[in-house]
Design a protein around this ligand. Sequence first.
Ligand code: ATP
Length: 327
Amino acid sequence: MRHVFLINPHAGKQDQTARIRALADRLAAAHNLDCRCLLTDRPGGAEVLSRALAETGEPVRIYACGGDGTVHEAANGIAGFPNAAMTVIPAGTGNDFLKNFGPDAAKFSDPEHLWDGPEFPLDLIDCNGRLCLTIACSGIDARIADTVHRYGNVPGLSGRGSYLLSVAVNFLFKPIGRRWRVELDGEVLEDDFALVSMCNGRYYGGGSMPVPEARMDDGVLETILVKNVPKRTFARLFPAYSAGEYWKFPHIARMVTSRQVVITASPGEADIVTCLDGESLRSREVRLVLAEKRVNFFGPKGCSPNATAGFDRKPRKRRYSTAFLLL
Ligand SMILES: Nc1ncnc2c1ncn2[C@@H]1O[C@H](COP(=O)(O)OP(=O)(O)OP(=O)(O)O)[C@@H](O)[C@H]1O
C-alpha cells in the first residue's frame, strides 16, 4: 500500500509544505510505510496526480493536503477506482468539508490517526459530469464565492476585504434573482430564484449549513430552492438559511429530495454560476444527480461524516407548501 500526500502549496494563508513533509517522514519512519509527497503545480493538479495514482491499479491511500478545492480535485481524480481511497489533512482557508465530522475533524491534522483508519464510501453529487462532495450551489451564494476567489488575487486586499467587496458587487449593485427553469424529477418550475443548492454534506461558505439533515452516505440528496425576494428580506432571512432553518420561511424556501435537478437559464438570462466545493462552473444548464458511494474515504477510527447531522424536521417526500405555490 502506498501513502501519497498531495500537497497544494497555494492553499491556506501560508505554504505548509514543510510541515506536511515532516508529518509524512515521521509516519513512514514510525510504521515502516511507503510514504511520498507530491506537490500540485497548477490549479487542477491534485486531480491529475490522484487519477494517475489510481490508474496504476495499485492500492493507494491519498492524503489531500489543502483546502476544499484540493479535496474536490482529489475526489474527482479517484472517484470510481476501487483501489484508491482518500482523506484530508487540513491546510486550507475554510476546510468546510471536515466540519461534517464534528469534533473528530481535529484528528485529521495528524496522519497518525489516519494511515490505518477505516475506509468507507461517500456519495457525491454529479454536476454536468464534475463531482462535488458537499454542496453544489447555483445563484447569489455561488456568484459571491466566485468573485471572492477573483478578488483574492488583488494585492493589498485581505480575505475579509475580498469577501466584503464581493458581497457589495453581487448583492448591493446587482439583482439577486435569476429567471430559471428548474426541473425536479418530472416537475417543472419557471420562476425567479435567488439560489438553488443541492446538499450531500452540510457546510459551505465558511460554515453556513443550509440543510442539517443532509448525510453523506445515505443515497439521498437534499435540494433547497430559495425564491427571489427583496434584498432587505433576503438579508433578514439569510442567518436562518445559514443555520438550517429553511422551514421557518416556507413561503420562500422549499426543500426537496428529487433524484435529478436540472436548472436552465431562461433566454436572455446570464449563464448560471455554480459553486462545487468552492470551485466555480459556468453553464446555460446545470444537471445535478446522485453519484452513489462513488468515492472511498478513510478517516480516524470511529469518525462519521454525519457527526453533526440533524434530525428530519420535515417529511422527506414533502412537496411545495401551499404558501410557496401562492407566491
Ligand atoms: N500549484 C498551484 N498553483 C496555483 N494554484 C493552485 C496550485 N495547486 C492548486 N491550486 C489551486 O489552489 C486553489 C485553492 O486551493 P484550496 O481550495 O485547497 O485552498 P483554500 O482556498 O485556501 O481553502 P478552502 O477552499 O478550504 O477555503 C484551488 O482552486 C486549486 O486548484
